[in-house]
Ligand binder design. Structure first.
Ligand code: UDP
Length: 195
């Protein structure tokens, strides 16, 4: 089985290695691909919100973020053996993004957090190309400017850290306008990285 369905949400049967490979494939494809990291909270939210469920199921890859999803999976058709968190997956992609000189945009969190996260990332991945950052508190009116900023930065990857639901909704609404290859929702990851 390639995927299982947990209460209406598709979870792809990938372990960490496979998830990483998939992301690298997306990176070198010709169109934007979306990666979400559903956890139990998100699956529960989707029970009360059909639109959110539809958005979650619209991704190109849904990795099992959280031990709850891995645990639940055995009751929904297939045992998943490993949790794949957004943060871990993002960090595992970094050396490859650095090696391939892909351009990374960090979107989300409070003002100056993404910049601090960038600084910290560059301490670890010295040749990583972080082509831009922007906070995650912009209005609908400012949205086009943000899209323009991302596109003019020529980002290959956009990590979107605006919290669950908000980030998935933003990605769903804007993915067609973005000229990048990989868009991934990573929750509070920029807060973690900025610390
Ligand atoms: N965040 C954001 N824009 C918003 C709201 C939140 O960028 O409009 C960021 C917030 O600063 C934090 C991350 O999203 O870095 C996760 O926020 P929170 O813990 O509130 O979200 P959760 O995932 O717990 O719903």
């Amino acid at each position: 089985k390639d995927s299982i369905n947990i209460l209406g949400v598709r979870i792809d049967c990938v372990n960490f290695k496979k998830a990483k490979e998939k992301c690298l494939e997306f990176l070198n494809s010709s169109s934007p691909h979306v990666v979400f990291t559903p956890n139990v909270e998100m699956i529960m939210l989707a029970q009360k919100d059909e639109k959110f469920k539809k958005i979650l199921n619209s991704s190109d890859l849904n990795v099992p973020d959280g031990i709850g999803v891995v645990w639940a999976s055995k009751y929904f058709g297939e045992k998943l053996y490993e949790r794949v968190t957004g943060f871990d997956l993002m960090m595992a992609l970094m050396p490859e993004l650095e090696r391939q000189q892909k351009r990374v945009f960090l979107l989300g969190a409070k003002p100056s957090v993404a910049e601090k996260a960038k600084e910290n990332l560059l301490k670890i991945f010295k040749n990583l190309s972080i082509c831009g950052t922007h906070h995650g508190y912009f209005s609908q009116e400012e949205n086009e400017k943000v899209i323009e900023l991302i596109n003019s930065s020529k980002a290959d990857v956009v990590f979107v850290a605006m919290g669950m639901k908000r980030q998935e909704e933003w990605i769903y609404k804007n993915k067609k306008k973005l000229n990048c290859k990989l868009i991934m929702g990573v929750g509070g990851s920029l807060d973690v990285l900025s610390g």
